[in-house]
Design a protein around this ligand. Structure first.
Ligand code: FES
Length: 124
């Protein structure tokens, strides 16, 4: 059992090991998607990227799948797809659901400010 703090939702929940994080979030009413993503997503197939999460301690999760490497891999190890990962061991973890995207406009100063704002708010 891992103690997971979902920072945007401000809740701390015990998450069993080896349970798919997308399934866990949906079962526990954690806002992994907002409208319209809650309707239009790939249902855990690993290609829409709408279930992106950011974790403070990525090595505590299952190893990244090929789909994660191909989709969010370039953003860094902290970015994962909830539908493709589970918690691998007993630990404490912090998760940001729906983190800001860092591709596309990432070099733009305004966007950099928004990313830094989120990092400052949540500490990573
Ligand atoms: S639900 Fe589509 S990538 Fe995870």
């Amino acid at each position: 059992m891992a103690k997971v703090k979902f920072l945007k939702e401000n809740v701390e929940i015990d998450v069993p090991e080896n349970v798919n994080l997308r399934d866990f979030c949906l079962e526990n009413d954690l806002k992994l998607y907002l409208f319209p993503e809650n309707v239009v997503n790939c249902r855990g197939k690993g290609f829409c990227q709408l279930c992106r999460i950011k974790v403070d301690n990525p090595e505590k999760l299952s190893p990244p799948t090929e789909k994660e490497i191909c989709t969010v891999g370039f953003e860094g190890p902290q970015y994962r797809l909830a539908c493709q990962c589970s918690i691998a061991e007993n630990c404490e973890l912090q998760i940001i659901t729906r983190p800001r995207r860092i591709w596309g406009w990432r070099e733009h100063p305004v966007y950099q400010g928004l990313i830094k704002e989120e990092e400052k708010a949540f500490g990573f």
